[in-house]
Write a protein that binds this ligand. Structure first.
Ligand code: HEM
Length: 439
């Protein structure tokens, strides 16, 4: 039973207007509702069956994330399934979801992950080479190029130039085509009507993507050196579920698209925001450069943690409750849609004093609390690529900041806009490079 009548109050504008505000100015929409209704309020979006309750209290976030029986809101499936496919780990629930997580997790940890350092290093080295001197360019698209390259090489395991060029163009265009939040809203509405909707040409592009990936998977299966290969596709082909079964071709396709969509734009956006914050703050920049010259990375790690706090890339990661829940006088029923707002959780003064200031120091001695700092969501759905993303960010930031003399081209702060599933810098963070040290 839905507890619509007892949910915390929230904005009363019609759902279409709330949706528009959320799409156009996500942070000011949340800010305004927070000012009026406090740290828990209900919003109503077009295409959603029932209100979504936005929350940020770490106790509540913990309660929502730590129950593995909570499931995904239908909105995640409606927006992502047309691109990612039915077997995507990010869209399954229950046993099916856990089985995939268990199989995929080892690829993203320890030695396996560190073996991608060279790929990351080479990708950023090649990327920096043609950057212009003394003329402004937005750094966000450049970071997108790097993170796409890293996924194609480390996850898909592609090294041949011709195939890389084809995939770069095709996947870049497909993702660009599905980036608009407007289309995402339409897919939500269509999903509620049992239909599919997408931008013109997307279906044909996805057919081409499927054909490319089918070719890649077929070839890889026949590779006599499969067991020795270190890319994630090869690992997924070779790995077995607990029952001895392996992923079939259709599922491999879905997991590749999932890793691409979940890992490419997110990491690129996190990098763009980190440049935006660091280049705005000479004190942090010089501290980082001095540490990099000494070969350390403690302050760099704290800077990344702080950047993911102040500019979280994903705005909400919600769940449908499996059982009633009561925390600090707020009561929810089974079936309620409760969404921790990552941005709100990260800007609570009781969790992070002086919450709107960029201060990497706050994380130097104290690692962030699990349910106050949630850029990667939490519980059994916490981002599979979190360690991979932070590692890639360290490699890219170190390379760029030690080799390039960058400054911001626009002094005014970047507005936060919606792009794809992310909150990203509206103008792509334009920068100017005054000098570059050769590789
Ligand atoms: C800074 C970069 C990234 C951010 C901010 C980010 C954020 C997130 C968030 C918020 C979720 C949802 C978690 C939840 O519902 O609790 C998620 C899930 C996921 N992410 Fe990431 N992510 C990043 C990079 C990556 C990378 C590099 C990969 C892989 C190459 C990746 C793969 C995944 C997968 C597979 C899931 C689904 C996990 C599941 O449902 O079990 N992510 N990510």
């Amino acid at each position: 039973m839905m507890s619509v009548m007892t949910l915390p109050p929230g904005p009363t504008a019609p759902p279409a207007l709330q949706t528009l505000r959320w799409v156009a100015r996500p942070v000011s929409f949340i800010q305004q509702a927070r000012r009026e209704y406090g740290e828990a309020f209900s919003v109503s979006f077009v295409g959603f069956k029932a209100p979504m309750v936005i929350v940020s209290d770490p106790e509540l976030v913990k309660a929502v994330y730590s129950n593995p029986a909570n499931s995904l809101p239908a909105s995640r499936r409606a927006v992502l399934e047309p691109i990612l496919g039915r077997k995507s780990v990010i869209l399954l629930d229950g046993e099916e979801h856990l089985a995939r997580r268990k199989l995929m997790l080892p690829a993203f940890h320890g030695e396996r992950m560190r073996s991608y350092q060279q790929i990351m290093q080479e990708a950023i080295d090649r990327e920096i080479e043609p950057w212009p001197i003394d003329s402004a360019f937005p750094i966000h698209p450049r970071m997108q190029a790097v993170t796409l390259e890293v996924i194609l090489r480390a996850v898909f395991g592609v090294t041949e130039d011709e195939r890389l060029t084809r995939l770069r163009t095709l996947l870049g265009k497909t993702l660009e085509n599905s980036a608009s939040p407007g289309w995402q809203m339409l897919s939500l509405i269509a999903g509620r009507l049992g239909r599919r909707a997408g931008p013109p040409g997307l279906a044909q592009m996805l057919d081409q993507v499927d054909a490319e990936l089918a070719g890649l998977i077929a070839e890889r299966r026949l590779d006599p050196g499969l067991e020795e290969r270190t890319d994630i596709l090869s690992m997924l082909i070779a790995a077995e579920f607990d029952d001895g079964e392996r992923m079939d071709d259709a599922e491999l396709r879905d997991q590749l698209m999932t890793l691409l969509v979940a890992g490419h734009e997110t990491t690129a956006t996190a990098l763009a925001w980190t440049f935006d914050l660091v280049l705005r703050d000479p004190r942090v920049l010089s501290h980082l450069k001095a540490e990099m010259a000494d070969g350390g990375d403690e302050y760099l790690r704290a800077t990344i943690t702080e950047s993911l706090r102040l500019r979280p890339v994903i705005p909400v990661a919600g769940r449908i409750l499996d059982a009633p829940l009561e925390v600090d006088g707020v009561r929810f029923e089974a079936g309620d849609n409760v969404a921790p707002s990552i941005w709100m959780a990260h800007t609570r003064a009781d969790s992070f004093p002086d919450p709107f200031a960029f201060k990497p120091e706050r994380f130097l001695d104290d690692p962030p609390e699990t349910y106050s700092w949630i850029p990667f969501g939490g519980g059994v759905r916490r981002c599979l690529g979190a360690a991979f993303a932070e590692f890639e960010m360290r490699v890219v930031l170190t390379e760029v900041l030690t080799r390039c003399d960058l400054r911001l081209a626009e002094p005014e702060p970047q507005r936060i806009g919606h792009r794809n599933i992310t909150l990203s810098p509206k103008n792509g963070t334009p920068v100017v490079m005054s000098d570059r040290i050769p590789a």
